[in-house]
Design a protein around this ligand. Sequence first.
Ligand code: 13P
Length: 340
Amino acid sequence: MNRSELARTASEMVAKGKGILAADESTGTIKKRFDSIKLESTEENRRSYRELLFTTPGAAESISGVILFDETIRQKTRDGVPFPEYLSKQGIIPGIKVDTGAKPLAGFPGETITEGLDGLRDRLTEYRKLGARFAKWRAVIDIGPGIPTTFAIEANAHALARYAALCQEQDIVPIVEPEVLMDGDHSIERCEEVTGAVLQAVFAQLHAHRIYFEGMVLKPNMVISGKKAANRASPEQVAEATVRCLKRYVPAAVPGIAFLSGGQSETEATLHLSLINQLGPLPWNLTFSYGRALQESALKTWAGNPANFQAAQKEFAKRAKLNGLATTGRYTLEMEKQAA
Ligand code: 13P
């Protein structure tokens, strides 16, 4: 394990003013996204869409890294440059999603365990050769009547830590993503309680698995009300609860925390990040690793039509820039009105 390389990569991923684009939608998920614009999910459509995002002028000013999917890391720009090489040349670090999805946890109705550990060492070696310098693994924790159970939290924390150890062995920075879903009608207090329990279990397992904290990035949910909650907490309450929860459970040795957007709207996700950063100074850099909250407007504007390519890139550039500002707490809602 090359500790100095891991620490250097991790701090570049969470550098102030920048964040991560999650473009690692699996074949099933990207099909859902394309269904929303009535576009067929062919390999070429998936390739062009990713090219649109990756070749956006100025993206590297606010994007430090991009998470790719297995198919995407092997694809090329129209001009024949492999995506990882293209991104590296712009100063953007290529990364790779390595879990194979959340599957029903036998014996625990309504809960899941993330798979993908078998053969992972060899896959990481290959991804490293293809240019990946960091990886992602997402564990999913749902809140509902009687769930999550301690058992499901522990099982997912254990798998996350085994993944993280394999990554660091291969000099790949692990993004450790335990996502507490915002589906459902639970309160922000319930989200804080569950997120706290999950982070505590995750860091206990990371510690037990001898993870080098300086060479990893945490990707958590924000502490937020369920989408269907009767009284949703205000943006200020989300920021306060999120910071309080992270301070309690995340060691200061971790260089950065890159939030997922998890179904928040684009502006919500940017505003929350900015308010969180206004509560500093904090021991870690707090940034974004958004999928939907960076891509929604761009995807809609593109709609699969080559004529909209540049207009869609502008939408993506705008979101990247505003989220970049949010990493230093300088974003305001007023900025949404200004052109990209
Ligand atoms: P969202 O920001 O759309 O939640 O996606 C981030 C991600 O990578 C989830 O694994």
